[in-house]
Write a protein that binds this ligand. Sequence first.
Ligand SMILES: Cc1cc2nc3c(=O)[nH]c(=O)nc-3n(C[C@H](O)[C@H](O)[C@H](O)COP(=O)(O)OP(=O)(O)OC[C@H]3O[C@@H](n4cnc5c(N)ncnc54)[C@H](O)[C@@H]3O)c2cc1C
Length: 284
Amino acid sequence: MDYVRVGSLAELGNALGRDGATLIAGGTDLMVKMRAGSVRPRLLVDISRVDELREVSMHPSGLTIGSAALVAEVLASPTVSTNYPLLATVLRSLGSTQIRNRATLGGNLANASPAADSPLALLAYDARVTLAGAGTERTLPLHEFFLGPGRTALRRGEYIRSIDLPTPRTDWDVFFHKVGRRRALTIAITSVAGLIALRGRAVVDVRVTAGSVAPTPIRLRAVEDLVRRRELDGEQIAAAHATALREVSPIDDVRATALYRRTVTADLVARFLHEASESTPTSP
Ligand SMILES: Cc1cc2nc3c(=O)[nH]c(=O)nc-3n(C[C@H](O)[C@H](O)[C@H](O)COP(=O)(O)OP(=O)(O)OC[C@H]3O[C@@H](n4cnc5c(N)ncnc54)[C@H](O)[C@@H]3O)c2cc1C
């Protein structure tokens, strides 16, 4: 196996044109697969030193995160914690300090695990991904990027260049809960993230996402449509719970049964909405 560390986008473009080229960023997913023998790259192209892929910058239309920005670097950005608190909350639960110091956002997306953490926040914030290849560049909504477990819209010779988040509302309340076998360093059995903006008890806008309950991380759009522009009372929360039960399509695996995942996910959706409704003062 050959290895090349590229230092610029031009070098990356050339290296990706070579036969059997596989990108490596932090290696926290890829090395595990290589050790297990499920991936055998002929040429590893290391993108960890490409400065253009490491930017985390706020601009008038939102936030751009380079695909090779480390999770720890994204977390260290005051812009992220101030403007995208759900992203910061979710990333704090990704792996351990050691993993966050190597893992990248681009790797988390390209690995396309239904249990990955960062997509929950990124889908909620309506993120888009920019994919670049030999002389080409295209941008997709993140939900179109994921095609299934381990499958993405990346074509041969393409890489994720950046992740773009639009300017967020300033009045979002944030929810994230990840259920695993233990509290830290755990793969999600199910996870739910949410953003909600309320006026009194009326839902002005809402986003709900879930992981490990479908072939890809998903937005629970039926739940969102049900509660948006409605009063958040007990009846509405019960209806959202029932809708969430129907909207997810988990599987049985070594970590949990489909029934457990479905039930806990719906419970978390109800908890998110209940906590939001409790946080607003009721009229006298
Ligand atoms: C102990 C441990 C704990 C973990 N805990 C969590 C967790 O809690 N939550 C979670 O979500 N994940 C977790 N992971 C998984 C992993 O750390 C993340 O998915 C990480 O973000 C992957 O990033 P990376 O830079 O290490 O990717 P790499 O391993 O370098 O690459 C992963 C895949 O993405 C491709 N790739 C990388 N960068 C790009 C790019 N820019 N464009 C196109 N393709 C690219 C590679 O070719 C490879 O196929 C854990 C892993 C370990 C080992």
